[in-house]
Design a binder for this molecule. Structure first.
Ligand code: FNR
Length: 376
């Protein structure tokens, strides 16, 4: 793909140029003082790779199979809500980009395109759901996703209440209206503004599908206030019974919780702190990986939070995760250059990962294990 940036970092810079400040903050921001956002990165940076040399790495195969699905590499595109704020039609673009690169895509419950339309992009699509106060609505969304052709459900459990996000108050009044400086900044990004005006405010056709009131306000309220803060392991057990398909639980981090989730017959867990966007000050996912692996037994563990390149991927997979999820990386590409940019971001990640594997002296995913990490 000529003319597109040759590094994820450059895509990120382009994304920042295209987007007004309030969208950049939404994309990049962590909760509170962003301690956990930084800790995710610090934990990854603290790990060092230990390559083997004098090995034949003329053929490196990074393909894998997870929960019955073939993948071009052990990476999935994480669910990211309101991506339509970055580019109208974002969910379809991300899904097509993932399909083109041969990796699964997880559609956010807070996405802006009907699941039926997204699934028609092809590829392996999972539906993310939140436990909702209206339990039937959660199940209806899951069934609707299945009927549409999603392969399974990812239930996000790290958001029983909203994270504390200070940047919101910097850009919006308590009533949710953009402040004057936010409006002025939007005017300074005419390409973004023109697209946003052409398409109107993002809608939420998946989470808000059966609301009697079809207004944008009612959809926003359902997104913000619909989640069930009283959802517990009992509810998860009931969902597991009601849902025959593959079920991944995302946002668990304590080994005891991992053990309990595994005992309910959940297919996999994503160790996640929502990219540092929920509980500020909490531990990084990488720090908890060894203890959680022990607790998970034979249930696969996936991990996200701070993965930015092929080196990060290799570190996490070497420690024992079966796959990583990437949230911001594909969004950098999407915001920088639409669908082609999203393809580019995933492509760069995969190409880098393959090179890192060769440099590590490893030729397949099975061969990438704890011995590729230097112990301190
Ligand atoms: C998210 N994340 C998220 N998770 C989820 O389960 N449902 C959602 O709707 C969203 N929305 C969302 C929006 C944006 C802009 C970001 C950056 C993240 C969390 C996401 O799935 C994932 O856990 C993190 O993004 C992983 O961290 P990195 O890869 O972004 O560092």
């Amino acid at each position: 793909m000529k003319g597109l940036p040759t590094s994820i970092e450059t895509l990120r810079e382009e994304a920042h140029r295209h987007l007004p400040r309030f969208v950049v903050d939404y994309l990049e921001g962590g909760a509170g003082q962003q301690r956990t956002l930084a800790r995710n990165r610090a934990a990854l940076d603290a790990l060092a790779l230990l390559p083997r040399t004098l090995r034949d790495v003329s053929h490196v195969d990074v393909t894998t199979r997870l929960l019955g699905f073939d993948m071009a590499a052990p990476v999935m595109v994480a669910p990211t809500g309101v991506a339509g704020m970055m580019r109208p039609g974002a969910d379809g673009m991300l899904a097509r980009a993932a399909a083109r690169m041969g990796v699964p895509f997880i559609l956010s419950a807070a996405s802006n395109m009907p699941v039926e339309q997204v699934v028609s992009s092809g590829g392996t699509v999972w539906m993310q759901a939140y436990p909702l106060k209206d339990h039937h609505a959660t199940q209806r969304l899951m069934r609707r996703a299945k009927d549409a052709g999603c392969v399974g459900v990812v239930l996000t459990v790290d958001s029983p209440v909203a994270g504390i996000r200070h940047w919101e108050a910097r850009h919006f009044t308590p009533a949710g209206r953009p402040r004057l400086r936010t409006r002025i900044d939007a005017l300074r990004h005419p390409a973004w503004l023109a697209a946003a005006l052409r398409h109107g405010p993002p809608r939420f056709p998946n989470i808000a599908m059966e609301l009697p009131d079809k207004s944008v306000q009612a959809e926003r309220k359902a997104i913000n206030e619909g989640k069930d803060p009283a959802f517990t392991f009992d509810g998860l057990a009931r969902l597991r019974d009601a849902w025959p398909g593959p079920l991944i639980v995302k946002g668990v981090i304590d080994p005891e919780d991992v053990r309990q989730v595994a005992s309910l017959g959940v297919d996999a867990v994503v160790l996640s702190n929502h990219g540092g966007r929920q509980l500020d000050g909490m531990v990084s996912t990488v720090e908890m990986l060894p203890a959680c692996l022990h607790a998970a037994g034979s249930m696969p563990l996936l991990l996200d939070g701070g993965i930015r390149d092929g080196v990060d991927m290799a570190k996490v997979l070497a420690l024992g995760a079966k796959a990583v999820l990437v949230g911001r990386v594909p969004l950098y590409g999407l915001a920088a250059a639409g669908e082609a940019g999203a393809v580019r971001a995933i492509e760069l990640l995969l190409v880098e990962f393959r090179r890192v594997m060769g440099l590590l002296g490893r030729t397949d995913i099975i061969g990438l294990d704890r011995s590729s990490i230097a112990s301190a």
